[in-house]
Design a binder for this molecule. Structure first.
Ligand SMILES: NC(=O)c1ccc[n+]([C@@H]2O[C@H](COP(=O)([O-])OP(=O)(O)OC[C@H]3O[C@@H](n4cnc5c(N)ncnc54)[C@H](O)[C@@H]3O)[C@@H](O)[C@H]2O)c1
Length: 385
């Protein structure tokens, strides 16, 4: 019965959601986990009854039984681990951002093509059923021409100078904090829903808290440390960004993101205005979109396996009126990703409407254009292979 043998690297915050969602698939067996933090690896193995535990990524990658690797390590390890996994012949599902630079992500795309890897990047928010529905309505022509895209992604977990995370260290996170961590998700939603590429960006980056108290020991994923042994450190990356965007069809947009927006937890807002109708979605109420009309009353469209278009029904997996949640978005992504793995095994063509390394690479180029613009003060093209 078991068809897919999975190994997961990096047993921190997001990995637990990967492991929980993988357990919903009867044909997936989690055969190994790895983390350089032995206690974290052991805890995850115990909790999820995983037989093999490793304390280095390489050992897990070289484990013959492992066929598919979920890479849940911090950003600076994505390139190295994804490359090694691809070269070892594994399928790779990586956390976002795909790498630290677009040079690295371009190499990963090339490697994955060369090795015929089934590759995925966890841009999970697009898997809310109503966002799949919005994308389908754009594809079907309901929206008309895309004219304008607006939105934000706000959080508050970095509001105090006692809040610290590896996401503020460019050595681990890359040249951008907020834009890479949150902006990449929003830009993925824009490109997914509209089907259009973002081609130019003008950005303002700002660091609201330029110094913070960093715990002297232990890495921190999110929020305030309980550790009083801290050192003052300068923060070289932004914690606020606003960008203006131009899409390939000439449509315009703007977006703000910040992790010091007190009171906002995961407030993602996306508004897409077309020549016939508009879609407004907010993650605070993620199960519905407002379909806006000019000459008749607006509609609230609630996710529904009965009412969604044919190809997006499968994502609204509960009877109409029962809301799905963040976990289910990751389950929905895995459903598409593992369908692609199965298709490859059966020698069929892989359907590529899920977020793959091409999407991950595209987001790296967007982040880099935003970083360049924050320095030049002008419009920058999203460029590179
Ligand atoms: N898609 C999403 O919505 C989403 C949400 C959260 C995090 N993420 C991404 O997931 C990744 C991990 O984030 P997190 O919040 O889970 O971080 P985390 O710090 O909670 O977990 C990272 C884990 O990796 C382990 N690790 C570090 N170095 C290692 C090494 N050399 N070998 C093996 N393990 C190692 C750490 O010990 C830790 O357990 C990041 O890239 C982040 O951007 C994505």
């Amino acid at each position: 019965m078991i068809k897919f043998k999975v190994g997961l690297i990096g047993t921190g915050y997001i990995s637990i959601i990967h492991l929980e969602m993988l357990r919903r698939f009867a044909d997936v067996e989690i055969v190994a986990v790895a983390d350089s933090n032995k206690q974290s690896a052991n805890n995850a193995a115990k909790k999820f009854d995983v037989p093999k535990v490793f304390y280095t990524a390489s050992e897990l990658i070289q484990e013959k039984e492992v066929e598919i690797i979920h890479n849940c390590t911090p950003n600076h390890l994505h390139f190295e681990i994804n490359s090694e996994a691809i070269k070892a012949g594994k399928e790779v599902l990586s956390e976002k951002p795909l790498a630290l630079t677009s040079e690295e992500s371009a190499v990963l795309v090339e490697l994955a093509e060369k090795h015929n890897t089934v590759h995925g990047v966890n841009f999970c928010y697009r898997y809310y059923p109503v966002l799949q529905e919005a994308a389908a309505r754009v594809r079907n022509g309901n929206l008309g021409d895309v004219r304008l895209v607006l939105g934000h992604f706000l959080q508050d977990w970095l509001s105090f100078d006692t809040d610290y995370s590896w996401r503020l260290d460019p050595g681990m996170a890359g040249a951008s904090n907020t834009m890479a961590d949150l902006g990449s998700h929003w830009c993925d939603l824009v490109q997914f829903v509209t089907g259009l590429r973002i081609i130019e960006i003008m950005a303002e980056f700002h660091t609201i808290l330029p110094t913070r108290k960093k715990p002297k020991s232990g890495p921190l994923s999110f929020g305030a440390s309980q550790n009083n042994d801290v050192e003052e450190v300068k923060i070289p990356v932004e914690d606020y960004a606003t960008i203006f965007i131009r899409l390939e069809n000439g449509a315009r947009g703007n977006f703000s993101t910040c992790q010091l927006a007190i009171g906002k937890k995961v407030d993602i807002d996306l508004q897409v205005y077309g020549s016939k109708e508009s879609y407004s979605w907010n993650h605070v109420h993620p199960n519905a979109i407002t379909i806006g009309h000019r000459d008749k009353a607006n509609e609230i469209f609630y996710e529904s396996p009965l009412l969604q278009t044919e190809d997006t029904r499968k994502y609204a997996s509960l009877p109409t009126g029962h809301p799905i949640g963040y976990h289910d978005t990751i389950y929905n992504f895995f459903m598409d990703y593992y369908t692609a793995v199965a298709a490859k095994r059966e020698g069929k063509k892989i359907q590529t409407n899920y977020p793959d390394f091409y999407a991950g690479h595209s987001e790296m180029k967007i982040i880099e254009a935003a970083v360049r613009s924050s320095k030049s003060g002008g419009w920058e093209k999203v460029q590179g292979k």
